[in-house]
Structure formats: C-alpha cells, structure tokens
Design a protein around this ligand. Structure first.
Ligand SMILES: Nc1ncnc2c1ncn2[C@@H]1O[C@H](COP(=O)(O)OP(=O)(O)OP(=O)(O)O)[C@@H](O)[C@H]1O
Ligand SMILES: [Mg+2]
Length: 255
C-alpha cells in the first residue's frame, strides 16, 4: 500500500533521516518509534510531501508520490499533527469540514459527516460543533483532530504523537477507544510515538529509529524478544513503567 525507499533528509549538512525504508501493508498499523529528535516527524512528513526528501522515494499503491500534486495527494491522506494542529479561528465543525469542503461535498453531506464523526470520537455534536479549539481540553482537541483526519474517509492516515499531550490516564482511555474504533480497523496507519507501550499496544509492526537510522523493523514481539542490537535492547528494556507494562502485555514466551 505504502512504501518508503531509502528516504533521506539533510538539514545544514546534518543527515536527520538516513536511508529509511519500510513497507506498510493495507490495513496495517506501523509505528515510527524513537527518542526526541530522531527524525520521526520528518519521516512522516515525507510520506505526504509536507517535506521533500533529498533522496529516496515514496510509493503509494505503487505510484511515486513525487509525481502527484501535493494538495491533491493530501486530500486522500488523513493527517493528525503533533499537538493537534487545529485551526484556532475555525470552529470544531469547520475544522472537521476542511477536506470535505476542498473536495466540494454538498453542504448537507458535510453536516451529516460532522455529526457522525463527533459521535464516533465520543463528543456530542450539540455541545461541541460550534466551539473553538482553545475552549477545549487537550484530550478533546486530540479527538477533534482524529475526527478531522477521518473526515473524507481516507484509506491512509498519518498520526504524529496523537496522544502526546495527554496525561497517562486520559491517554490510556483514548488509546483503548482508538483500538476499538470500527472505522480505523480497515485503515492503513503510520503512527509516530516515543512511547514504547503505545507502540507495542497499537502497532502491528514497529520501526525503531535512532539518529535518523532504522535500528530494527519488526513486530513488537520481535523487538522485545529478538532485539537486533544493543540500542534496541536498551530502548525496550528501560526500567520505566511503560516498558514493564509492555513486557507484561505479552507473555514471557518469546514465540
Ligand atoms: N526545518 C528544519 N531545519 C533544520 N533542522 C531541522 C528542521 N526540522 C527538523 N530538524 C532537525 O531534524 C531532527 C529530526 O527532527 P524531527 O522533528 O523529525 O524529530 P522527532 O523525532 O519528530 O522529534 P520529537 O519526538 O521531539 O517530535 C532534529 O534534530 C531537528 O532539530
Ligand atoms: Mg516529532
């Protein structure tokens, strides 16, 4: 469905994304995991041409995206920005309606879709549709951002730390809801996170990055039980509650 081939990005002679390659199958969730500054957001933004690579390419359904018009491309790819990224001068409804409007949907269809999506993310349309983002809590903003990314029902969704600003309790609650969202089950998703537990619970496969380079690409079990190098071992073995929880999440049986 999606393929990144040797993606490389250089800023001021510093290679921040270095020959990164991965494939994401249809319906699969891939996590881009790593510490702050390792190149996750830069990698994600090269998948929808918010950033152009210095070398390498991205194929979506076999087609090189550099040949597509960026605006048209992005209308078919949902994007949840780091820190929600809602337009502050638009209401919740207007934020959700951005892509459907660009696609020229009739007004009634847009209104129906807004109602449907607000229900989907657990917010009542009557109380939320006409509010402005700054009047919402961080968790509510994240939900709206998720609703906005789903608006035109894109087959591919890119998410940059979608739960990043939330406290641990709200975060776990939204993660659980996220796992159960019917309309996300069939989507192809690339999700950025620096949280090991989030990666192992939400992702089918994980691409662990360090200083722009892939350290290991595999299933959560493979990274936990068959780390390919010391960095991977250390990253997944950190004695934090998250990592302990992620080990408990699986049985200790490496199979
Ligand atoms: N426009 C830019 N110009 C110069 N350097 C940049 C630019 N954007 C990002 N960088 C650098 O590239 C590296 C990777 O940045 P990126 O935003 O991809 O990291 P990240 O993994 O998403 O980090 P975080 O978890 O903190 O969001 C960082 O060292 C950053 O300082
Ligand atoms: Mg980032």
């Amino acid at each position: 469905m999606l393929e990144a081939v040797n993606l490389t990005k250089i800023y001021n002679e510093l290679t921040v994304v270095d020959q990164v390659s991965f494939q994401v199958k249809e319906g699969e969730t891939l996590g881009l995991l790593g510490t702050s500054g390792c190149g996750k957001t830069t990698t994600l933004k090269m998948l929808n041409r918010l950033i152009e690579p210095n070398s390498g390419r991205v194929l979506i359904e076999g087609e090189d995206i550099s040949k597509r018009q960026p605006e048209k491309l992005r209308q078919r790819i949902g994007y949840v920005m780091q820190n929600s990224g809602l337009f502050p001068h638009y209401t919740v409804a207007e934020n959700i309606a951005v892509v459907p409007r660009l696609l020229g949907w009739p007004k009634q269809r847009i209104r129906d879709r807004i109602t449907e999506l607000l229900h989907l993310v657990g917010l009542s349309p009557e109380s939320f549709a006409h509010r402005y983002p700054q009047k919402l809590s961080g968790g509510q903003q994240q939900r709206i951002s998720l609703a906005r990314s789903l608006a035109a029902d894109p087959p591919l969704i890119l998410m940059d730390e979608p739960f990043g600003t939330l406290d641990q309790i709200t975060r776990s609650q939204i993660q659980q809801e996220f796992l159960q969202l019917e309309s996300l089950l069939r989507k192809t998703i690339v999700i950025v996170t620096h949280d090991v537990f989030e990666a192992v619970t939400l992702c089918d496969r994980i691409c662990l990055l360090n200083q722009g380079k892939i350290q290991q690409l595999g299933t959560p079990k493979q990274l936990i039980f068959q780390p390919q190098n010391q960095f991977v071992r250390d990253f997944l073995a950190l004695p934090t509650p998250c990592c302990q929880a992620s080990r408990k999440y699986f049985s200790t049986d490496p199979k």
